[in-house]
Write a protein that binds this ligand. Structure first.
Ligand SMILES: O=c1ccn([C@H]2C[C@H](O)[C@@H](CO)O2)c(=O)[nH]1
Ligand SMILES: [Zn+2]
Length: 153
């Protein structure tokens, strides 16, 4: 592949475009009658597959599921427990890029500590790009449990 076809984080233009379109399509399917804040997530796994999710609200409010968490549950169900994240695209249709909440950052970190995060603000806004390590430094990780288990078993 030519250097020109690659952008930062080694994502190709095609991968970025697929992530943007699939995250946006997922956001369009969002069930968000209470907040009207429509969010879609598209996960690029290390095997090249893309898995999407959207936010699903509930009249109890507190049972709302975020787009990113829905996508992770689906990715594990479809691809198994060894999934690793290369990139996560999050689109919202509200014309302001929004960051994954703290719970989503922790959920994503379980499956990829330095995945590229691309945030799409809807219609015409420019995407913002960051990494999971930047969004959740000093994260609680599975390794922390391993050192505990080796002392207690
Ligand atoms: O990380 C986040 C933060 C919020 N939302 C959704 C939940 C709720 O339906 C709406 C407003 O918070 O946005 C997500 O999908 N992901
Ligand atoms: Zn969240």
């Amino acid at each position: 592949m030519s250097q020109a076809a690659l952008q930062s984080a080694d994502l190709t233009i095609t991968e970025r475009e697929n992530l943007r379109v699939l995250a946006t399509t997922a956001a369009e399917r969002s069930y968000s009658p209470y907040s009207h804040f429509r969010v879609g997530a598209a996960l690029l796994l290390t095997d090249g597959s893309i898995v999407t999710g959207c936010n699903v609200e509930n009249c109890s409010y507190r049972l709302t599921s975020c787009a990113e968490q829905g996508a992770i549950a689906r990715a594990v169900a479809e691809h198994g427990p060894k999934i690793r994240l290369r990139a996560v695209a999050v689109a919202n249709l509200n014309n302001a890029a929004s960051m994954p909440c703290g719970a989503c950052r922790q959920t994503l970190t379980e499956f990829g500590d330095d995945a590229t995060i691309i945030l799409y603000p809807g219609e015409n806004g420019a995407p913002k790009e960051t990494t999971l390590g930047e969004l959740l430094p000093h994260a609680f990780r599975p390794e922390h449990l391993e050192s505990h288990h080796s002392r207690t078993s």
